[in-house]
Design a protein around this ligand. Structure first.
Ligand SMILES: [Zn+2]
Length: 167
């Protein structure tokens, strides 16, 4: 990948964050591979292609960090926007590649052209898989069932898992 393309992706992704704090946290979450160190922000930028990032700009899709159990942010966004919020404490806990998988899933929802984009888990899962984070997605679904059973110990989660395994 050439530097110009990387710079453009970096700028487009940067413009999607409602404050720099979220970027700073993603940059602190590291992944080590073959003697090199990457961070979650770099890996997310690398995973997304320019058309997807441009669509995120067109659709007013933004990222907003939050701190569990609750936090406030002062932001200015266009009237019709989609905000992907992520819990800073949680992503630090799950680590770099799983954070990217989780964010890709949410981006996948927003890329779904159908009316049921918010509830179509399969489409969002396929987006993650097409970006090569299938293993991390499966691990996060297992994690959800164990750690957040009231949300994830449901038939839809098991349907998602068996569907992904059979792809
Ligand atoms: Zn989802």
């Amino acid at each position: 990948m050439n530097i110009e393309k990387n710079n453009m992706k970096g700028e487009l992704l940067h413009s999607r964050f409602l404050n720099d704090h979220g970027i700073g946290i993603l940059m602190r979450i590291k992944h080590h591979e073959e003697g090199r160190t990457f961070n979650a922000y770099q890996i997310l930028a690398q995973a997304l292609d320019i058309p997807t990032l441009e669509e995120m700009v067109r659709k007013n899709i933004f990222f907003l960090p939050m701190y569990s159990p609750a936090s406030i942010s002062a932001v200015q966004i266009p009237e019709s926007s989609i905000v992907i919020s992520f819990d800073i404490h949680f992503i630090i806990k799950i680590g770099c590649l799983h954070t990217v998988a989780v964010l890709l899933h949410e981006i996948g929802h927003t890329m779904n052209p159908n009316a049921n984009w918010m509830t179509d888990e399969f489409y969002a899962d396929d987006f993650v898989i097409s970006h090569h984070f299938k293993d991390q997605l499966l691990e996060m679904l297992d994690y959800g069932i164990i750690n957040f059973p009231e949300t994830y110990n449901k038939p839809i989660t098991y349907d998602r898992i068996s569907r992904i395994k059979n792809l």
